[in-house]
Design a protein around this ligand. Structure first.
Ligand code: ATP
Ligand code: MG
Length: 165
């Protein structure tokens, strides 16, 4: 299934704005037009919404949330950047473990179970994609999902293999 990433991400940013509500995060969406990804739309939707919802949860009101979809020589990247509370380096390697949360104070304040990033990791594995996390406590976080070039297509270009219907 070819997933129209710019359209999907527009929807997910709208969901993020709804979740932000009166906290008024400033969203910015930047997409390479017509860059499609072969994958399972419902799985990708749940993975990317987890990243965007985390950004909303762990960024104070009026904060910035940037979502980008772009390609380079390494593949295509979906990045979610925020200028929220950030994550201490020691926790980063364990974030995708089921039920792992950075501290109980933030967990209580925000609700949730600690499964979001485990789902992200699982969905990315199924798409041969990698997750990269960069974060500084008090500065913010960036989560980058990198997909192999073999899974990309530009709308309007020919492909050797016809899109699955
Ligand atoms: P759930 O997603 O199940 O509702 P959760 O958000 O706590 O709960 P994960 O999404 O797996 O669980 O995230 C794990 C932990 O990583 C979070 O508890 C939080 O401490 C930290 N974290 C995730 N995303 C961010 C972020 N954008 N900024 C700061 N901390 C984050
Ligand atoms: Mg989460």
């Amino acid at each position: 299934e070819w997933v129209d990433m710019p359209r999907l991400l527009e929807e997910l940013v709208e969901d993020g704005k709804a979740l932000s509500g009166s906290r008024h995060h400033r969203f910015e969406l930047t997409c390479e037009p017509g860059l499609l990804l072969e994958g399972c739309e419902s799985e990708l939707r749940s993975a990317f919404s987890n990243l965007i919802f985390n950004a909303v949860k762990y960024t104070p009101g009026d904060g910035y949330i940037g979502v980008r979809w772009y390609a380079d020589k390494a593949g295509a990247h979906l990045s979610v950047t925020d200028n929220g509370i950030g994550i201490p380096a020691a926790h980063i390697p364990r974030l995708t473990e089921r039920f792992y949360r950075v501290d109980s104070a933030r967990s209580k304040a925000s609700g949730g179970t600690g499964l979001g990033l485990a789902i992200v990791k699982h969905v990315l594995n199924r798409h041969r994609a990698q997750l990269t996390v960069r974060s500084q406590p008090g500065q913010g976080s960036t989560f980058i999902c990198t997909f192999p070039t073999a899974l990309l297509r530009r709308a309007g270009t020919r492909t050797a293999r016809p899109p699955a219907s």
